[in-house]
Ligand binder design. Structure first.
Ligand code: ASP
Length: 436
């Protein structure tokens, strides 16, 4: 049995939804289907989820969401009419608009895109619509209660042969709608796949699979035919946008493979994501992919003999903890320790954090540099193999790129370099061609 998840571009309009229904019907194993809200129909279009957040903002500013909601109304009325289904979408829309105007939360408002999208596909396929609201549960701090959610889904679907479920949301301890972070329908799909012990979790999107590098930077990068959960985590976290980085957790423990597929090219094999250690030998390929992110700041702390000072690292990190800031990397040397932090987290707190570090650490020098980008070169074949780092560094040196930071994970499966953001694209091209 397969669980499928279809993303926003697959659910964008009546024509693409028809294609989705054809894909589902083409394989009787595809019994449980999770959907996103309709996405963009053209590059200039707006995603339904973004339009719903706009409704929530308009209501906060003007007391009513009338103008912004007209966009939502038209999209779903068109979809219902063009597909020739009847889900009483007009009265559903009236009720949703009323709820937003009455002060519904941003999470509730945003969740209605997935809710209506699932209602539409369920009607078109003749499958049961099963709402995830009471099934996927979060605690009072917004953390997913995975075991409870799995039990709920198993119980609810035990007697349902085929169903369509909305992605992206569940409810909290007070039964209020709570959404995952953006792109979170991927996580919902993974939870359903795990609950129902699917043989595969098919994640249908609008690309042929994970690419070895960002196609906006590198011309015609190859498709990765197979990668491991760990490699996926590294690549997705570092910016490869195909799949939500957290969607691997629910399926990983059960060893359920994820197959990235293209709704607009369904016969393409896509990318398989399989348990660590189960990736077939890739004909001597050393790296699996390269991904990167812009927007980091590095705080360098220098103090002679810091390696002997017990508690030095703890003191530095406790300042970040106190300010509620998470860090990404902490490369260190004998007398130096650096903290690499996302700009979006450090932002306005930067000077305060540096001042607190100065006060607490009695360091010889603390400086701060923004404009850092990180690039991860990922590949399970890199482990216990010499020369990979040399190839990366030689490629960067040959392109006159200065490396600001180096970090290698203990699994030896990734090498991360920090470069100035103005060198970012050049650095990715240099590394890519060095391994090509
Ligand atoms: N519709 C939500 C978003 O745009 C969730 C999803 O598509 O996965 O982020």
């Amino acid at each position: 049995m397969k669980v499928c998840k279809f993303g926003g571009t697959s659910m964008a309009n009546s024509a693409t939804i028809t294609q989705v229904a054809d894909i589902v019907r083409a394989d009787s194993e595809r019994r449980y289907v999770v959907v996103s809200a309709p996405g963009k129909r053209t590059s200039a279009d707006i995603k339904v989820t973004d339009a719903l957040y706009a409704c929530h903002r308009e209501r906060a500013e003007k007391g009513s969401c009338k103008e912004a909601f007209a966009v939502i109304r038209k999209r779903f009325l068109d979809i219902e009419k063009e597909l020739g289904i009847d889900i009483s979408v007009a009265s559903e829309l009236d009720a949703i608009e009323k709820a937003i105007d009455a002060g519904a939360s941003a999470d509730y408002t945003a969740s209605r895109g997935e809710y209506l999208s699932a209602r539409v596909l369920a009607a078109l396929l003749g499958y049961e619509f099963v709402d995830t609201a009471s099934l996927i549960k979060f605690d009072k701090d917004g953390a997913l209660l995975l075991d409870l959610s799995l039990d709920n889904i198993r119980d609810r679907l035990a007697s349902v042969d085929r169903a369509v479920l909305p992605g992206f949301y569940g409810t909290d301890n007070e039964n209020e709608i709570k959404t995952f972070s953006r792109g979170g329908s991927d996580i919902s799909g993974a939870i359903v796949a795990r609950a129902m012990s699917a043989s595969v979790y098919e994640n249908w999107t609008d690309v042929d699979g994970f690419l070895t590098a960002d196609p906006r930077i590198v011309k015609d990068p190859d498709i990765i035919s197979c990668l491991s959960y760990k490699e996926l985590r590294e690549l997705a976290y570092m910016g490869a946008e195909v799949l939500h980085p957290e969607s691997v957790f629910p399926v990983r423990t059960a060893g359920i493979p994820i197959n990235i597929k293209n709704t607009f090219n369904p016969s393409a094999a896509g990318t398989m994501i399989v348990p660590d250690g189960k990736v077939p030998a890739a004909g001597g390929k050393v790296i699996t992919g390269i991904a990167g992110r812009k927007g980091f700041t590095i705080i360098n702390i220098e103090k002679d003999m810091m390696n002997r000072e017990i508690g030095f690292g703890r003191k530095a990190l406790s300042i970040l903890e106190y300010e509620g800031i998470s860090f990404e990397h902490m490369p260190s040397g004998i007398d130096t320790l650096s903290l690499v932090i996302r700009d979006e987290y450090l932002g306005p707190h930067a000077q305060k954090v540096v001042a607190s570090l100065r006060a607490a650490l009695n360091a010889d020098n603390i400086d701060i540099h923004s404009g850092l980008s990180l690039i991860a070169t990922v590949g399970h074949n890199m482990a216990s193999r010499h020369g990979t780092a040399a190839t990366i560094f030689a490629a960067l040196a040959a392109s006159n790129i200065n490396i600001r930071m180096i970090d290698q994970g203990s699994s030896e499966m990734n090498i991360i370099v920090g470069v100035d953001t103005f060198d970012y694209e050049k650095a990715i091209c240099a590394i890519y061609h060095a391994f090509k």
